[in-house]
Ligand binder design. Structure first.
Ligand SMILES: Nc1ncnc2c1ncn2[C@@H]1O[C@H](COP(=O)(O)OP(=O)(O)O)[C@@H](O)[C@H]1O
Ligand SMILES: [Mg+2]
Length: 360
């Protein structure tokens, strides 16, 4: 090899120390450097595998790679960085037959703080980023997912064949532009009251989770009922959740509810991914949730301003419209999705079986 030519091994060596700016560890350690190809004129093509398609500002990685090569391997020619993503997870729904990488519960201390709106937005945003996503309405008493997506149809029952030849019946989730939805609202209609008692509640949730044909998902978002720990406990007994997202509004009183919700999740052994401050702005103030999150050593996943259009879109069954280009809430909603996905990727690396990581 002539002195001026560049080899794949050299490139990999030089790129060893480029950090994933979100996770804070080298790309090589995270096995993120997939293909490295050298072309004519020493052109370098690198493929980086991200932990989530909802990776914020991925161009930072491309920039670091370019800068590192320019500094340490000046004979390299043009540098091209492309990205793929593969979502990893605990897959702990496997015990009940699910093929879901990450199950995310969205909870709050009380109702009316925008929990369902945030759950639906997480689902839409992660799907827009390119992930395979399901959304389950576990708010048995006040299901709002059908309403938010403007769908009200009965799910079909499908028959599937288990490997042992047995026929199993599964509920087919409602397909909302590629997003898989399941809600008790689909079973009973919009306005009928739901009366479900303790043991049946447990059974209903289990059935929803287990007997829905979710297929392969990167993320399954669960919209929890406000406050109570029953359903959270049921979930944590059935599957190992990636974690919970706690939604609150900025007022002091609402923050106390958020603290209650965080403590409730901790009690039922569901890791808290972080807190979202919803409806922040002039009326309710802002920043309270961020401060409370820091006090409780819980990540802050972002704020969503109060925006009449979010309410209008939700009421009209068009939650997706809040993500339209030019929608003022879009960047805030996307940020919450990205922060949540990154937090999951981060906590996944911190499983007890692995050596302790430095605090980032
Ligand atoms: N950021 C926001 N700006 C304006 N209205 C919002 C926002 N978030 C939620 N809402 C509205 O607040 C009401 C309650 O939201 P919802 O998601 O149903 O709350 P929860 O599930 O906690 O009861 C709905 O009318 C919803 O459209
Ligand atoms: Mg709700």
């Amino acid at each position: 090899m002539s002195e001026s030519s560049v080899s794949e091994a050299q490139v990999r060596e030089v790129l060893r120390d480029v950090n994933d700016p979100e996770i804070g560890r080298p790309l090589a350690d995270l096995d993120m450097l997939r293909e490295v190809k050298i072309g004519p004129d020493n052109a370098v093509a690198v493929t980086v595998e991200l932990a989530t398609p909802a990776y914020p500002r991925r161009e930072r990685i491309a920039h670091s790679i370019g800068a590192m090569l320019a500094a340490k391997l000046p004979q390299a020619g043009r540098v091209d960085v492309s990205f793929t993503a593969r979502v990893k997870g605990k897959q702990s729904g496997g015990a009940i037959g699910l093929t879901v990488q990450n199950i995310i519960a969205v909870g709050s201390g009380k109702g009316g703080v925008g929990k369902s709106t945030v759950a639906a937005s997480l689902a839409v945003g992660l799907q827009l980023a390119g992930a395979r996503v399901g959304l389950m309405d576990a708010d048995i008493y006040g299901p709002s997912i059908p309403h938010l997506f403007g769908v009200n149809q009965r799910p079909e029952i499908v028959e599937q064949h288990a490997p042992d030849g047995q026929t199993i019946r599964r509920i087919k989730p409602i397909d909302a532009a590629g997003l898989k939805l399941m809600s008790i609202g689909f079973m009973i209609g919009f306005d009928e009251p739901v009366i479900v008692r303790g043991p049946i509640l447990h059974r209903t949730i289990q059935q929803f989770l287990q007997e829905t044909a979710w297929g392969e998902l990167d993320y399954l978002i669960i919209d929890l009922p406000p406050g109570t720990g029953d359903i959270s406990l049921t979930l944590s007994q059935l599957v190992g959740l990636a974690g919970a997202v706690v939604v609150c509004t900025p007022q002091q009183l609402a923050l106390l509810d958020a603290v209650k919700a965080i403590n409730m999740f901790r009690k039922v052994k569901i890791p808290v991914l972080g807190v979202v401050e919803n409806m922040s702005g002039e009326i309710f103030g802002r920043g309270g949730a961020k401060q409370k999150a820091a006090e409780m050593s819980v990540p802050f996943l972002g704020e969503i301003p109060i925006d009449a259009q979010i309410r209008v879109n939700g009421d009209a069954g068009h939650v997706r419209n809040s993500f339209a280009e030019g929608s003022p809430s879009r960047p805030y909603l996307m940020n919450v999705c990205e922060q949540t996905a990154i937090e999951i990727a981060r906590t996944l690396l911190e499983t007890p079986s692995m050596p302790t990581l430095e605090i980032l």
